[in-house]
Ligand binder design. Structure first.
Ligand SMILES: [Mg+2]
Length: 249
């Protein structure tokens, strides 16, 4: 049995920005017409980004320019240290993100963190033979109202826990680290013994505070807001220290 599974969002959680928006900035803004903007509302974010990637390619923006923009996205303070710390403690780390497989793999490799991440769940992407980046929806879902149609993070987490259990890997505790609206669904599926880490001042933090204000009791896990990865290391260390004391008495 592993003691802890830590689930990370990517944009604004591991990295301190949104990689999709960073790459979009490689395109001059006059190329993003109202018709392109409309795609976001009508067909969702993945369809919108596919069009951005097509326009980037058409404008002559190269694979290596996109790669450079992604790998220079700064890590959120303390996050690289947190992931290294979890790896050193033999904890399991996964990422569930609405970015895409190319950006996340490129960033993790250039930050020397790929070895510390067991699995990445995100929209699959790849460059075609002409050098245009193509992206697909991770899945199509219509069962979760909290999530977008291409990505229910809670469902993905449930399936992952089942999959690991089927080969004998179980977790005594799950921690979820995120910032966004689409991180709420997985957090609500966690139990009293689990931990939720919303980034302070971001959307997930606000949603959870609103729930607390409205005495909405759906959140079972304990909530700890964070500003840096060091805050999370401190909280986890406190829990482990406390558990050790409890188990000795
Ligand atoms: Mg995020």
């Amino acid at each position: 049995m592993k003691s802890l599974l830590v689930v990370f969002d990517f944009d604004h959680t591991i990295v301190d920005d949104n990689t999709d928006l960073i790459v979009q900035k490689l395109l001059s803004s006059d190329k993003i017409t109202d018709d392109v903007k409309k795609l976001h509302r009508t067909d969702g974010w993945t369809a919108y980004m596919q069009e951005i990637f097509r326009l980037l390619h058409k404008s002559g923006v190269t694979h290596s320019e996109i790669h450079d923009a992604v790998i220079h996205t700064p890590a959120t303070p303390g996050m690289a240290e947190l992931i290294q710390f979890l790896y050193s403690q033999n904890m399991e780390v996964i990422i569930v993100s609405d970015a895409n497989s190319v950006f996340i793999k490129d960033w993790l490799c250039s930050s020397s963190l790929a070895h510390a991440v067991e699995r990445v769940f995100t929209n699959p992407a790849s460059y075609d033979k002409d050098g245009c980046l193509n992206i697909e929806m991770y899945h199509f879902q219509d069962f979760c109202e909290l999530s977008t149609k291409n990505l229910c993070k809670g469902h993905i987490l449930d399936l992952y826990i089942e999959e690991r259990a089927s080969i004998g890997v179980t977790f005594s505790q799950i921690a979820y680290v995120g910032d966004g609206r689409n991180d709420l669904c997985p957090c609500l599926r966690l139990s009293e013994k689990d931990l939720v880490f919303p980034r302070e001042g971001f959307q997930l933090d606000k949603l959870i505070r609103d729930m607390q204000d409205q005495k909405d009791m759906r959140m079972k896990a304990k909530v700890h807001v964070w500003k840096t990865g060091s805050d999370i290391i401190r909280t986890l260390s406190d829990y482990w220290h406390q558990n050790k004391i409890d188990s000795e008495h």
